[in-house]
Design a protein around this ligand. Structure first.
Ligand SMILES: C[S@@+](CC[C@H](N)C(=O)[O-])C[C@H]1O[C@@H](n2cnc3c(N)ncnc32)[C@H](O)[C@@H]1O
Length: 194
């Protein structure tokens, strides 16, 4: 039943050009959650609830708070979560991530929203992460562009790629976290709080 919903969500995302996690990236995330016995997750960037649902299905003990600013995607996420019967496990907030305030502590923060703001998101929520917890960031390869040496013609794309490269440098230099980079999906960073 949920399997069918997941396939329908994958089709919907494709048809409506909604960027959801790639298959190997989401499988990695599910395994990470299992292996590290993660129980409380903050997700930045819900879209239609695909990754939130897949993460919640790892275990009934998992609680997820997830944020989406787009009204239509938020509504779709609410519908999908209801259909999956996961309302008790997933809480969705329809607002900008930078306006979201919480005192809660999480053992995993998953960043999958506006790439240009990753440093700001990381800094805003790193105090909401328990020591030993991790911040996982998706899309660090940005479709292969961040590793591309040749000059990128489009100015917007160049700026975006520059911001992601800055974020990667920020992670490498951050002394409070140890980051490893994994070539899965669109490039994933795992930053463990020391
Ligand atoms: C890559 S999609 C999330 C995909 C989702 N994690 C999944 O794999 O199913 C990124 C989402 O973040 C949302 N977003 C981007 N910047 C945001 C912000 N500042 N505040 C709230 N939502 C934001 C976008 O509207 C978009 O739906």
């Amino acid at each position: 039943m949920v399997r069918i919903l997941i396939e329908e969500m994958e089709d919907y995302a494709k048809e409506n050009k909604i960027p959801i996690m790639l298959p190997d990236g989401i499988c990695f995330l599910e395994n990470y959650i299992k292996e590290h016995h993660i129980k409380k997750i903050l997700e930045l960037g819900t879209a239609i609830g695909y990754s939130a649902i897949r993460m919640a299905l790892v275990s009934k003990d998992i609680q997820i708070v997830t944020i989406e600013r787009d009204q239509e995607r938020y509504q779709k996420a609410i519908e999908n979560i209801k259909q999956a019967n996961l309302q008790e496990q997933i809480q969705v907030f329809n607002q900008d991530i930078m306006d979201f305030q919480t005192e809660e502590q999480f053992d995993l923060i998953f960043i999958d929203a506006a790439k240009s703001q990753y440093v700001r998101f990381f800094e805003k929520f790193s105090s909401n992460l328990i020591s030993g917890g991790a911040i996982i960031s998706d899309n660090l390869n940005f479709h292969g562009y961040t590793k591309q040496e040749a000059r990128i013609e489009s100015k917007n794309l160049r700026q975006m790629v520059g911001k992601i490269r800055n974020y990667i440098e920020f992670l490498k230099e951050n002394k409070e976290f140890k980051t490893i980079f994994i070539e899965l999906g669109d490039g994933i960073g795992i930053s463990e709080k020391l």
